[in-house]
Design a protein around this ligand. Sequence first.
Ligand code: UDX
Length: 415
Amino acid sequence: MAELGHEVVGIDVDSAKVAQLSAGTAPFYEPGLPELLESSLATGRLRFTTDVAEVRGCDVHFLAVGTPQQEGSYAADLTYVDAATNALLPYLAPGAVVVGKSTVPVGTAARLAELIEGTGARLAWNPEFLREGFAVKDTIAPDRLVYGVRPGDDASVEALDGIYAAAIGNGTPRVVTDFATAELVKVAANAFLATKISFINAMAEVAEATGADVTQLADAIGYDARIGRRFLNAGLGFGGGCLPKDIRAFMARAEELGVDQALGFLREVDSINLRRRERMIDLAREVCGGTVRGKRIAVLGLAFKPDSDDVRDSPALDVAARLAELGAIVIATDPQAIETSRRLRPTLDYVATAREAARDADAVLLLTEWNEYRQLDPEELGSAVGHRAIVDGRNCLDPGQWRAADWTYRALGRP
Ligand code: UDX
């Protein structure tokens, strides 16, 4: 927002994060963010504080807090959304616009609008679709804008158009709709993406039973423009802070609304996704000669996807932890996610490089497709391991090249 020319104050309850941001340090790994933070702080248009009273006088208030999965349930935890809204209420002035960014169960905006409108301010729901790893680009140049507003609330539309003037000027499509549709657009988009991934992973299961190759299958069906090749990468499946919890919260909300049958397929999407982790463990067992107990296993990649240090619901970290529980000696590495992994799984062994992880290994598992792992040299890595066996959990290596260097190469959905 500051980069776009607006004057911004960022509020958080976490004083350590506020101090870090104020000093120009990004609290997580995201390509391009440190540079952006530095240049924005230098303009004087951006500052951070824990003092919510500093929102006084702001024209627009973005709610961007998390909505994690509730403990012991599929539903979203709205504690933070409610707390942030309530914290804002005393400072809202007539004419101000509160803009919801958080991913919420449909119906939340209507409920919050009641509270907010009591102050004379208005509410708009403006979901964001940014991808980790591309967050800066997706925010500055989004592929679409969605505004959920009260029917006839032209003032909120105008306020948002002002904020996004640069993107709109560049032709970014914008959909102006009601609260419920705006809330649903976000979860529907993530449900579709999750379904696409689980579809190809279901095909991988069939490929495994028939000797077919799911990566060629994906290429071939992907040439059909109606299907498209993107998000058809079979492998260890989806994780992260969004897709898994969003499809679960969507199912929970559908049940409350009495339309759970409509989303029954999402349960299957979730199950297919989780079964890939079991399959990965089976393949690790196979290449280790029947058991992983006492075997040294190198795990390359812990983040839920490359270019991120996020390990929330990470398939890679989950597999690493389960192998350790099964008695394997797991030596794990990741270019960015070691510290975040250590916080969740303090007892795993972490090393800085793929070569160190691979030293004397009985098997190497590639679980997150970082570029540096895609480019590994089979001969080079082969000189470190005890046994040349690799399981490619992301179908990102060339099997021919690895087999030519005398590796046992196994993958998900490939012969
Ligand atoms: C997702 C949505 O893409 C984004 O629009 C939304 O705003 C937030 O949720 P993100 O969580 O950053 O973004 O990750 P995404 O790129 O969607 O990947 C999610 C997971 O799916 C990763 O674990 C990734 O490895 C996996 N994936 C993705 C596959 O297994 N196969 C694919 O073909 C694509």
